[in-house]
Ligand binder design. Structure first.
Ligand code: GTP
Ligand code: MG
Length: 212
């Protein structure tokens, strides 16, 4: 019913456990652990990392890609193109970076690149099939970035899995994320320690699909 060719194709091959490359976008605010998570997923299935991790916000300022990552679960195989996005922010202020010991010049350049990165990440929303919305479980999840991101994905009918990251930290409260966003599957993980990744892979197998 109303199924186009691609829909039929995906359904047909889905029966045999195949999926064509699903473009999996890793989105979220800065410093929540998107690149750490992308590296973890990539390491688990390909043995290679994708990008550089740092405690300084806006470390990722261009989209980092890892193509054809094959996730095998039971008898199913999913092929994903991992897309690690620059961190989203409602404001970028170069003075923030001075705290980390960057020179004024380097801080200003990082701020310019960070702003371009936010725009690039938003543009890429038209080119992803499924999104991992990563949140730092030690922080209040009801932020403008998270609410705007989830609202945008909802409007575009892009499937979302919320990842409550950093559960290795004592003050992490993944349940607050579940309570804030009850309409989404929420998977608590530690990307750093590799905790609960199996549950995330199962969620990806269950929910990842082509965007409508
Ligand atoms: N304790 C803990 N720290 C984490 C975890 N995941 C990431 N981090 C730390 O959080 C900081 C930011 O990690 P990144 O992976 O660079 O975060 P990001 O979301 O890619 O950041 P941007 O690219 O700047 O948007 C680093 O210091 C990481 O080591 C985790 O599961 N537990
Ligand atoms: Mg990053």
């Amino acid at each position: 019913m109303g199924m186009n060719f691609r829909g039929f194709f995906d359904w047909f091959f889905g029966l045999f456990g195949y999926r064509k490359n699903i473009r999996l976008g890793i989105y979220g605010a800065t410093n929540v652990g998107k690149t750490t998570l992308a590296n973890r997923i990539s390491l688990d299935w390909t043995g290679e990392e994708i990008g550089k991790v740092s405690e300084i916000p806006h470390e990722t300022r261009t989209v980092q890609k890892k193509e054809k990552v094959e996730i095998k679960l039971n008898r199913r195989k999913i092929l994903i193109n991992l897309l690690d996005m620059p961190g989203l922010a409602t404001k970028v202020d170069y003075r923030e970076f001075l705290k980390y010991g960057l020179s004024k010049k380097a801080a200003k350049q990082r701020a310019r690149e960070a702003t371009d990165g936010v725009i690039e990440a938003i543009k890429w929303l038209s080119n992803v099939d499924t999104v991992l919305a990563v949140m730092d479980a030690t922080q209040d999840p009801l932020t403008q970035v998270n609410i705007t991101l989830l609202g945008n994905l909802e409007a575009r009918k892009i499937p979302v899995i919320v990842v409550a990251n950093k559960i290795d930290l004592k003050r992490a409260k993944p349940n607050e994320i579940k309570e804030a966003f009850p309409q989404y599957p929420v998977v608590p993980v530690s990307a750093l320690k590799g905790r609960n990744m199996d549950e995330l892979y199962e969620a990806i197998a269950k929910y990842a699909r082509r965007a409508k």
